[in-house]
Design a protein. Structure first.
Length: 177
């Protein structure tokens, strides 16, 4: 996440007369500094200091944190979080959404690190030869046919190789073809 503007109201100013304590909002995967940064972004758009922001301002808040939310995705996130259909988000709801977005981004980064371990020759794709090397390193005896079958199941365009997108898709599926 990138830093928000220095002109942002302080995180302590979101509710008049109360101080913001980031530790009260701790979430797995977020540091206290990240929570404070998220609060600053939230406060930028909580212009009436109600500890709520309009759904229409959510996209601006996400962009200020360096996240690009597509409108349809934004609508679904707001719908999922907005229980009273007021089209407003509390800071806690916003933080939960940001925790999910951060976790999603970290997961993709982790999956891409694994992809690069497979793609040792840095061709941008995983081939049968890459799988042979990994199987050998792991002490697995696999036939050429088994390895080719693994590639075929993950290969979306039929070129005989697994792209980063193919790899991510197969790694995030609940069931495998």
């Amino acid at each position: 996440m990138r830093s928000v503007s220095a002109a942002a109201p302080s995180a302590a100013s979101s509710v008049p007369g109360s101080a913001f304590h980031a530790r009260r909002y701790e979430r797995p995967g977020l540091t206290v500094d990240e929570i404070e940064e998220i609060k600053e972004a939230f406060d930028l758009f909580d212009v009436h200091q109600t500890n709520q922001i309009d759904a229409k301002d959510l996209k601006k808040a996400l962009l200020s944190l360096g996240l690009d939310a597509k409108n349809q995705t934004l609508y679904h996130m707001v719908s999922d979080l907005d229980e009273q259909t007021s089209h407003r988000l509390s800071f806690e709801d916003f933080l939960d959404m940001m925790t999910a977005k951060t976790s999603e981004r970290d997961t993709k980064d982790d999956i891409m690190k694994v992809f690069h371990l497979f793609d040792e020759d840095r061709t941008g794709s995983i081939t049968v030869q890459n799988l042979q090397r990994i199987a050998r390193e792991l002490g697995e005896l696999m036939t050429q046919e088994e390895l080719q079958d693994m590639i075929s199941r993950a290969d979306s365009n039929g070129d005989g190789e697994v792209s980063p997108e193919d790899f991510y898709a197969i790694m995030t599926k609940k069931t495998f073809p």
